[in-house]
Design a protein. Structure first.
Length: 231
């Protein structure tokens, strides 16, 4: 399989589809993980470069189906999402609904569906649940942790905007709304704190939100610590 992989690679570099098609199956037969990933990624790239979008999509889905929990499945789901993000929300909806139906316990499938719900359909609560599941399946899934926190954070910011426009409402209604804002910030807090633990150097993602959260829920010492960090 190593020799076949080398010939396949040479064919890919030469953009020779005939050689690639002939040697890809031979390269994959009994291949180790690195060789398999190499051939699969090059196969996908060749189809995309040739403008064979339908064949490219079908190939990526076939790799995902063969090993849903593998690293190539994660990569290929992400590639399809990136492509569909240039198209329409309806296409992302259809793809992510398909993935979550086929692979309900796959962390990437949950993440992709959460992305659609939160950022394309403005359904932050539903999106948060899927990001949370993705994080529970893969506890070091940094993007899932961030986006779960962001969903609650965004809801809190939106609710706070509503409160600022409630001048004609009763004080009781304002108090209730403010309590809801604090509750949403509290729900967001553990995810940003976890993000800080996982990615301490990526402060652009957690410092600002934590500063806002701590101020709004009355955690003065924590807010001061974050402010000092930001300075």
């Amino acid at each position: 399989s190593q020799l076949a992989a080398m010939i396949f690679s040479a064919g890919f570099d030469a953009k020779n589809t005939e050689i690639c098609n002939k040697y890809a199956p031979l390269a994959l037969d009994g291949a180790d993980e690195n060789t398999r990933q190499f051939v699969q990624s090059r196969n996908a790239q060749l189809l995309k470069d040739q403008g064979k979008t339908d064949e490219w999509m079908a190939y990526l889905k076939s790799v995902i189906a063969a090993e849903p929990s593998g690293s190539m499945a994660e990569l290929f789901m992400q590639q399809i999402m990136a492509y569909l993000d240039t198209k329409s929300a309806a296409e992302i909806d259809a793809f992510t609904a398909e993935m979550i139906k086929l692979y309900p316990d796959n962390h990437t499938a949950n993440y992709c569906r959460g992305y659609y719900l939160a950022y394309k359909a403005d359904q932050f609560e539903q999106g948060a649940e899927l990001f949370k599941k993705a994080y529970e399946i893969k506890p070091d899934y940094v993007d899932a942790v961030y986006n779960c926190g962001y969903c609650y954070y965004k809801k809190a910011i939106n609710k706070a905007s509503e409160v600022s426009g409630m001048k004609q409402k009763t004080q009781a209604a304002v108090n209730k709304a403010e309590a809801e804002v604090k509750d949403l910030f509290r729900q967001a807090m553990p995810y940003f704190e976890r993000l800080r633990e996982l990615s301490p150097d990526d402060s652009d993602r957690w410092a600002g939100p934590l500063n806002t959260i701590y101020k709004n829920i009355g955690e003065k010492e924590k807010a001061q610590e974050i402010q000092a960090y930001l300075q």
